[in-house]
Design a protein around this ligand. Structure first.
Ligand code: GTP
Ligand code: SF4
Ligand code: MG
Length: 400
């Protein structure tokens, strides 16, 4: 199961703390196997390393075993940067405290993690060597921070942390995220429009299409998959209207013309905008396209560096459509990878990719980061619908 779960929906749990406090040992103890290297030499873990593990009943999770952050000097700074990047995609953090107890260092970590709105707990480890002092536990009590006393040598204390992790995991991660299944009922017909053009991969459908079709089948509805040319005829030959038509956004214009207004219509990218992020915020962000002015700079954010094609959607197509739509001379800056630029405030708008390689919480955190900087944020799918004038129609099936 763990290998089949789309990477994007794994719960990401990150352990942070000083060097040698037992972060790697704790991961091994929770996982019940040696997944991380442990040694009594401080600074053993150098880079954040993901460890995949099945944590029932949560399902597949990824533990990030981070390097101790109390290192000084240039290497230390690089490690801090690398760990900060991991925090950006973290759903749940464990702040591991060693024999020194709570110091300014841990307090700073707590501030950083809570600023990112990451739920966290404090783990006082090496309890067998030294029990946490009352003042430290009081500090946590006063602040309402859950805390645990563990020794990686005592499995009962580790089990307690494991149960707490499951308890503290964000509700949305405990629920199976829904793509389209809430938009139709058992027995309903759902039509999927899939263009088979040169851009379509040979011999297969792409993952978003497969995931939607699987959800239709799981909900005991009837899925009908057609190319855009057959949509009109398909609708005419159906004895009752479908509950929903889902189309690839590249052919939304022609499909919108063929599907009568009373039939709910949306796009795969709108479904994924909701699944991966916060559709309401992304729709709100798209409104900023209307107020772009000459000389404004827009950030095109891509989460990975996929192979650029000649008429690339983020580099070429969307910028061209937005310039045409607004009639303004706008600068577009591309960013790809897990990095999100630090100087967000210089952008008038952020347009993010579909985020298929990001987990939902990382995308939500990016949205939050933009909002914190006062920069509207939308995504490719929503922006395309906006400039094509079909946004109101494709978001109508959703309750936003
Ligand atoms: N007595 C005792 N020793 C522990 C406990 N947890 C870890 N250790 C020991 O502490 C040392 C450091 O453990 P690690 O798990 O490597 O610590 P870390 O926080 O990952 O360290 P870095 O990777 O260097 O940042 C090892 O020798 C462990 O065996 C504990 O609960 N009790
Ligand atoms: S949508 Fe984003 S994450 Fe997915 S392949 Fe494209 S750039 Fe990468
Ligand atoms: Mg380590």
């Amino acid at each position: 199961m763990s290998n089949k779960a789309p990477r994007g929906v794994r719960l990401v749990i990150t352990l942070v703390g000083k060097r040698n406090v037992g972060k790697s040992s704790l991961i091994n103890a929770i996982a019940g196997q040696d997944v991380a290297i442990v040694s009594d030499h401080p600074g053993t873990t150098t880079d954040p390393v993901p460890k995949h593990y099945e944590l029932l009943p949560l399902g597949p999770v990824t533990f990030y075993d981070t390097a101790g952050l109390d290192d000084v000097g240039e290497v230390g700074e690089l490690r801090v940067k690398a760990t900060n990047k991991i925090l950006m995609r973290t759903d749940l953090a464990l702040i591991v405290v060693g024999e020194d107890g709570l110091t300014d260092y841990e307090v700073e970590l707590m501030n950083r993690v809570s600023k990112l709105e990451i739920p966290y707990m404090v783990v006082f480890n090496k309890n067998d060597l030294k029990e946490p002092v009352e003042a430290d536990m009081d500090y946590c009590r006063r602040k309402g921070i859950p805390f645990y006393r563990t020794s990686t040598l005592e499995s009962a204390s580790v089990d307690e942390v494991k149960a707490a992790v499951i308890d503290l995991a964000p509700e949305e991660m405990k629920r199976e995220p829904v793509l389209a299944g809430d938009l139709f009922d058992e027995g309903d017909w759902v039509v999927c429009v899939v263009p088979i053009d040169l851009a379509a991969p040979k011999g297969r459908l792409i993952l978003p299409q497969v995931q939607v079709l699987r959800e239709i089948l799981d909900r005991d509805a009837v899925g009908v998959t057609v190319k855009e040319r057959e949509i009109e005829e398909t609708l005419m030959s159906m004895k009752r209207d479908p509950a929903l038509v889902i189309t690839d956004s590249q052919v939304i214009m022609s499909v919108a013309g063929d599907v009568p207004d009373e039939i709910p219509l949306t796009t795969f990218s709108t479904l994924f905008a909701r699944y991966k992020g916060d559709l309401a915020s992304l729709v709100e962000g798209a409104a900023a396209i209307d107020s772009l002015q000459d000389g404004d700079t827009v950030l095109m954010g891509e989460a990975c560096s996929h192979h650029p094609v000649a008429d690339d959607i983020g580099k070429v197509k969307i910028p061209r459509w937005i310039r045409q739509y607004t009639g303004k001379d706008i600068n577009f800056v591309m960013y790809s990878g897990h990095d999100f630029p630090d100087d967000l405030e210089r952008f008038k708008l952020v347009i993010h990719c579909g985020a298929c390689m990001l987990n939902r919480s990382e995308m939500l955190r990016r949205i939050k980061e933009c909002q914190r900087n006062g920069v509207p944020v939308t995504n490719y799918g929503v922006a395309i619908s906006k400039v094509q004038g079909v946004l109101d129609r494709v978001i109508k099936p959703f309750d936003i």
